[in-house]
Structure formats: structure tokens, C-alpha cells
Write a protein that binds this ligand. Structure first.
Ligand code: FRU
Length: 500
């Protein structure tokens, strides 16, 4: 493989060329999942922002499409959302076909340079061909004027069925602003949220706001996802979330969840370094009913310096988000979408594995760890360290696991190949605190050429991390001083190779 393609993942979405950051405007219609993304096609660094576009039948294999929305000179198209306007509330529809309406931030670089406050405003564009080409709403933009706040961006719009209204949430520096509309063109300010609660180490960006059922009940809650550039669990950028209620005007956090936020400082959807600016899909059919998510798989700490050529950065594996309740406590869990299972080409299964010391999970050469999903349970855990090591023939390794003496999950990529492109990449072991000592545990690991996504206890804690090896990993082993009892080990070989 050429140097440019060496680090291109097998199945995580990447742009063919140029720079990519946040996922934007995802919706589902006519059998296709659409994904737009912050894109500068000319170079693999951030620049004039376009909305790149890709479509997929299953969120796993993507076909990149021509660019959907172009900047106009210094007026960049920043992050935002898109909705399928099934009732044609906007009137943009033609011949009875539902229009797609994109709602995004227009960022004026010239005003930005002059230090003007009104650098960012919310604009819309519409598509009458199912999301492939868009027309900017020149006669009516901006649909939300800048209220005198410099950082005022990333509108996420969704339909509030109970009130029959569109709701827009916009990140406004240290809080979110909520708006409503009947037609996606005229918006009214409703309320703000979040100024004094959760993480605030830098300005808020890329919110998402949706209603979701509590698993196994008929109770419904509202969830706010809130990304920010600094202050995540292991430093740098991350996405926190809030669970609560919405009365059509104001979002209020559930009192128990508020206690949890105060206890933990912030509650994150992912405790790894590399999941930022993620949002969820619009218009998933009710017969499906899932809340589907994708994030930008890198940290703002080093997004511009990861060692790829010709293109830069990838998305996470798409995930299903669910809300669970234990006692009085709500948690948002995420797991890889089930569509990934379609690509399993062979499996190794072991019902149980009891060992002292260190053991390989499969015979060398049997599985290609550049696209694999590994899951297992750990039983009879002691107050000890349970370490899993991915390694290759030239001594590169990545370890992850559970420290059940000090109660945390960890990922250590300090020896996993190239790390010196940023001192924030791998100078420390990354951790996710657990609130107590564990008796048993469950892990699901999704591996691609340049990433590991760890879903702990059915997605209650997630850690997403990228790495850049000089040779692929070819072995994974488990070790613990007090012995390991591993059950239900399944190693699934995937065969996707969309990017070869
Ligand atoms: C997040 C972000 C957004 C903004 C976009 C610009 O990574 O800073 O807030 O809209 O990137 O590309």
C-alpha cells in the first residue's frame, strides 16, 4: 500500500481526499443513510468548510458523493443538521416529495478577522433531490441572527411530536439556546440551558437534543449531547450528556442526574480521547426506532497532526444509543450498530478459558486484527489488574483492560507505534473511573487498522482511541496475576475492506 493509504481504516468512514472534521446533517430516507461532514477537499488541513457527503445502505460501507454544500468565498459552511420535512412544513417540497432542509452555521471569516461579534449565524438550504444538491435560502437567510455572541453555532433541529413544532438547539458560548418553529424558516427564542452545570473548560459546540424511551419501559426522557473542546475525561475534547425533561420551552435536568453530574463533574458518552462532535441521525423510521450516532474519531488536541497523507481523520463506528435506568439513575449507553455483524466472515469461540499468567486469545495467523470484533466476559474478579495486550512482531503494543484494585478502565497506547506527532497523544495512560469494585465484567472490542473502540458492560462505559502502527497487530493476549476466568469469548473476523 502507498504511504497515503497505509493508515486508511478498513471500515470507518474517511474522505477520499482532503480534510474532514465533524459529522453533519445525518438523516435516513429511501433506503439510504446520509452523512455529511465538515470538509476541505483541497488539503488535509482545516480550511474553507464545505459539507462533504456520503451515503450508505447500512452505515458500514459508504459511497462518497459530490460535495453537497459549498462555501461562498469567506463564508464557510460550519456544522449543523438536516431534517426530512415529511409534512412539507417549509413549503420547499416539489411534486409531493419531502424536501430535505439543512440548517447550519454560516461563519464569516472576514468578520471573524475583524473581531466582530456577529461572525456566526444560522442559515438554511434545501434539497429537492433527496439530499444530493442544495439551494441556499438566500431570500430568507439568516433564519437565526447572531444575538451578539461570538461563538454561536452548530444548530441541531428535531421534531417535537407532542407540541407539533421544530426545535433547534444552538451552542451559544457557555450554554445552549433553544428555539422553536412551525416551518423551519421562522424561529423564536425559547430558553437557554447549561450555564452552571457540567463541563465548561471551553466553549460549547455541536449539541444534539432528542427524546428517547427508557429501555424496557414506556417512560420517555430528553437527552442533550454537548461537545466541548477541553476538559474531557482524559483532557482535550469530548461529549458530555444530560438527561431530563422538556416542556416545549425549557429543558430541565432530572434531579438524580444533576446529582451525578455534580459528583462526577460531567458525564461523558465516551471516556477515550477520540470521539468528538458526534450527533444522531434524523428520520429513522419508527418501525426501526433506534437512536443512531456517529462521532469524529480524533481529539481536537491533535486532529490537525495525525500522520496520514492526502486525507485526514475518520468517523467512529456508528452506534446505537439507549437510555437505561438502574434505581433512580439514568445512563445513556452506546453499542456498535448490529449491521456490523453482517460482515462477520469467520468466528473463533471459546466457552471458557481459565488461566494463570498470560495467554493468547487465539492462535497466531488465524484472525486479521485489522478488522475484528472481540467480546468476552470476565468472571470471579479479584482486586487485581486485568490486562489485554495487542502486539506485533516489532514490539509495538497497546494495552487496555480493567484495574479492579483502583476501579478504572484503561487504554495505554504509549508504545503503540507513532506517537510523537503530538505530546498530547500518548503521554499518559487514559482512564475511565468506575464507581465500585467489579465482580464480573463484559467487554466488546471493535478493531480497525487504526482504532480500538471498547464497549464495557454492554456500552455503559465506552473508550475510543486511535493509533498509528508501523506493522499491524497480530496477537492479543490476556493476563492477570491472580488468574483469569474468561467466558463466552467470541472473536469475529470482519470482511469489509471498503477502502481497498
Ligand atoms: C467542532 C467545530 C464546530 C464548527 C466546526 C467548524 O469541531 O469547531 O463548532 O462548526 O468545527 O469546522
Amino acid at each position: 500500500v502507498s504511504e497515503a493509504e497505509m493508515y486508511r481504516p478498513n471500515f470507518h468512514f474517511t474522505p477520499k481526499k482532503g480534510w474532514m472534521n465533524d459529522p453533519n446533517g445525518m438523516f435516513y430516507a429511501n433506503g439510504y443513510y446520509h452523512l455529511y461532514f465538515q470538509h476541505y477537499p483541497e488539503k488535509n488541513v482545516w480550511g474553507p468548510m464545505h459539507w462533504g457527503h456520503a451515503i450508505s445502505k447500512d452505515m458500514i460501507v459508504w459511497e462518497e458523493q459530490p460535495i453537497a454544500i459549498f462555501p461562498d468565498k469567506e463564508k464557510y459552511i460550519f456544522s449543523g443538521s438536516a431534517v426530512v420535512d415529511t409534512q412539507n412544513t417549509s413549503g420547499f417540497g416539489k411534486d409531493g416529495k419531502a424536501p430535505i432542509v439543512a440548517i447550519y452555521t454560516l461563519h464569516d471569516m472576514e468578520k471573524g478577522k475583524d473581531g466582530k461579534l456577529d461572525t456566526e449565524q444560522q442559515d438554511i438550504a434545501y434539497s429537492t433531490d433527496g439530499g444530493f444538491t442544495y439551494k441556499k435560502f438566500d431570500e430568507g437567510n439568516p433564519v437565526v441572527k447572531n444575538p451578539g455572541i461570538r461563538d454561536f453555532r452548530d444548530p441541531k433541529v428535531s421534531w417535537d411530536e407532542a407540541r407539533k413544532q421544530w426545535i433547534m438547539v444552538v451552542a451559544a458560548s457557555d450554554r445552549d439556546h433553544f428555539y422553536n418553529s412551525k416551518d423551519l424558516k421562522n424561529w423564536k427564542f425559547l430558553s437557554d440551558f447549561g450555564k452552571d452545570l457540567g463541563a465548561h473548560e471551553s466553549v460549547w459546540e455541536c449539541p444534539d437534543f432528542f427524546q428517547i424511551k427508557v429501555e424496557g419501559t414506556n417512560e420517555k426522557k430528553w437527552v442533550l449531547l454537548q461537545s466541548l473542546g477541553q476538559g474531557a475525561a482524559n483532557g482535550g475534547s469530548g461529549t458530555q450528556y444530560y438527561v431530563g425533561d422538556f416542556d416545549g420551552t425549557q429543558f430541565t435536568v432530572d434531579p438524580n442526574f444533576e446529582q451525578r453530574i455534580k459528583r462526577e463533574k460531567a458525564v461523558w458518552i465516551d471516556y477515550g480521547k477520540d470521539n468528538y462532535a458526534g450527533v444522531t441521525w434524523n428520520n429513522i423510521p419508527t418501525s426501526d426506532g433506534r437512536r443512531l450516532f456517529i462521532g469524529w474519531m480524533v481529539s481536537l488536541d491533535y486532529g490537525g497532526s495525525v500522520p496520514t497523507n492526502g486525507w485526514r481523520s475518520s468517523m467512529t463506528t456508528p452506534r446505537e444509543m439507549q437510555l437505561i435506568k438502574k434505581g433512580n439513575e439514568y445512563s445513556l449507553i452506546s453499542n456498535p450498530v448490529k449491521e456490523l455483524d453482517k460482515y462477520v466472515s469467520k468466528s473463533i469461540e471459546k466457552k471458557s478459558l481459565k488461566v494463570k499468567g498470560k495467554t493468547a486469545l487465539f492462535e497466531s495467523g488465524k484472525i486479521d486484527l485489522r478488522q475484528a470484533v472481540i467480546s468476552f466476559d470476565l468472571k470471579n474478579l479479584k482486586q487485581d489488574n486485568y490486562t489485554f495486550t495487542l502486539s506485533n512482531a516489532i514490539g509495538e503494543s497497546l494495552t487496555f483492560g480493567l484495574n479492579n484494585a483502583e476501579n478504572y478502565l484503561f487504554v495505554d497506547r504509549t508504545k503503540a507505534g507513532k506517537i510523537d506527532f503530538s505530546d498530547k497523544f500518548a503521554s499518559i495512560v487514559h482512564k475511565a473511573k468506575l464507581d465500585k469494585n467489579q465482580k464480573e465484567a463484559n467487554f466488546k472490542i471493535v478493531l480497525d487498522k487504526t482504532s480500538i473502540e471498547i464497549f464495557y458492560n454492554n456500552g455503559e462505559k465506552v473508550m475510543t482511541e486511535i493509533f498509528f502502527l508501523n506493522q499491524p497487530f497480530n496477537s492479543i493476549s490476556a493476563s492477570s496475576n491472580s488468574g483469569i476466568e474468561l467466558t463466552n469469548l467470541v472473536i469475529n473476523q470482519l470482511n469489509i475492506n471498503q477502502n481497498q
